[in-house]
Ligand binder design. Structure first.
Ligand code: CTP
Length: 406
């Protein structure tokens, strides 16, 4: 089931930690190579020696271990595995994961990993039902963490309800299933995905410019999701305040003209996703020195010229056109109608239409509600995080590339 897979098992500090020993054995029976990390609290319940004997590997417990760090740094430890499994996942570990805390080896590995993460929670019923834990669980699900359990039942503390750790055999099955489907969810392996993101900035003079409120969050999330789906990704980004996604080739540009040039230079691509909020106009003749106020003179009048339409240019290429061209439609009203109109006008295969009116909070926010407009009709997705929209869009593109209807 898990033949040859390397599983980094993080054992949290709960009474269910004793079941983690059985879990190690069952993971190995399924063919996995198990590398164990234990939190300080876990060592109050089971010993590193038991985990080492059962896993047949060194057990990692210390963030500041000189010997461990010399053999394999903690970042590398989080990367060599095919998956990370947290069992038992305590309320404290879930909270740390949800908030990105890294104050021991386990939480540091969880923050540093770029592999699928599975958690098998185990805690008291009230802790599981506490609104803080509910929020953390929702955040982690949004982030793509897979939950296995917990189960309902009598607990070590005498209470009854959800909070029991799933059975080790079920955890092994769930991880194997999750990894198998994440293999299917890597359908863009070998494909080149080209994404634009952020605003463009059109100079008025050396100190002033025309631009818009695009944060780049949606485009960057799409680049990251395409990367996770196995694609080779080029991201051409306007000026944004967020970091470059990991593992993605990023080309930084300012103006629409530069963005077009870099997009053309990055071809050929299998998929082009035009997320950038490209400024529609540039200043016809930007001043080469700062424009000064002149007393008594009227304010300067800016003469604008239309920028090239990058999406339409790429959609209408007769040579080197990407197999799939996806545009966005940023609208403040009649979102779907405008989406349909843009699909036809720009000649792309899909339009992701969204409401960017200030009340919707999409520009600069972390959530997005989109409608996928294609020749087949319109599919409306629920309000979800930009990361979730990105993952769903990438899966949709993968299916379309395979010639399937999403
Ligand atoms: N787009 C582009 N180049 C431009 C303008 C827009 O590539 N010069 C792309 C955007 O990246 C997006 C799509 O076209 O994928 C639609 O952008 P949007 O700003 O919604 O539409 P516009 O074409 O600018 O039309 P309008 O301003 O009339 O809504």
């Amino acid at each position: 089931m898990l033949d040859g897979k390397r599983i980094l098992l993080i054992i949290g500090g709960g009474v269910a930690a004793y079941k983690a020993l059985d879990l190690i054995r069952r993971l190995r029976d399924a063919g996995a190579n198990v590398i164990v990390c234990m939190t300080p609290a876990a060592q109050q319940f089971v010993t590193p020696l038991s985990a080492a004997s059962l896993s047949g590997n060194d057990v990692h417990v210390d963030l500041f271990s000189l010997t461990d760090e010399a053999k394999m740094g903690h970042i590398q430890l989080s990367r060599v595995a095919d998956a990370v499994l947290v069992a038992p996942a305590t309320a404290d570990l879930l909270a740390k994961m949800a908030h990105g805390l890294a104050n021991n080896l386990a939480s540091t590995l969880l923050l540093a990993t770029n592999k699928p993460v599975f958690v098998a929670p185990a805690m008291n019923v009230q802790m599981w039902l506490n609104p803080a834990t509910r929020r953390n669980v929702a955040t982690l699900r949004e982030d793509g963490v897979t939950f296995i359990g917990p189960l309902d039942g009598p607990m070590a503390c005498g209470e009854f309800g959800p909070g029991r750790m799933a059975e080790p055999s079920d955890i092994v099955t769930a991880v194997a299933k999750g990894l198998a489907s994440s293999g299917v969810a890597q359908p863009l392996a070998g494909k080149h995905v080209l994404v634009t993101s952020g605003p463009t900035r059109e100079p008025i003079d050396p100190v002033r410019y025309l631009s818009n409120h695009s944060s780049g969050k949606q485009g960057h999330a799409i680049a990251a999701a395409a990367r996770s789906a196995g694609a080779d990704v080029t991201l051409v980004s306007g000026p944004v305040a967020i970091p470059d996604p990991e593992g993605v080739r990023v080309v930084h540009v300012e103006t629409a003209q530069q963005m077009l040039k870099e997009v053309q230079a990055a071809l050929p691509a299998d998929v082009f996703i035009s997320t950038a909020a490209v400024a529609d106009w540039a200043v016809a003749a930007p001043a080469s020195s700062k424009t000064k106020k002149t007393r008594g003179a009227p304010p300067p009048v800016l003469k604008l010229v239309e920028n090239p339409d990058i999406l339409a240019t790429i959609s209408k290429l007769s040579f080197n056109r990407p197999t799939l061209v996806v545009g966005f439609a940023a609208e403040t009203d009649d979102v779907i109608d405008h989406g349909r109109e843009k699909l036809a006008r720009k000649g792309c295969d899909l339009i992701v239409a969204n409401d960017v009116s200030p009340a919707a909070g999409v520009m600069g926010g972390d959530a997005n509600q989109v409608h996928i407009v294609s020749a087949d009709g319109v599919e409306s997705w629920p309000l979800q995080s930009k990361a979730a929209v990105a993952r769903q869009l990438v899966q949709t593109c993968a299916k379309l590339l395979e010639g399937q209807r999403p």
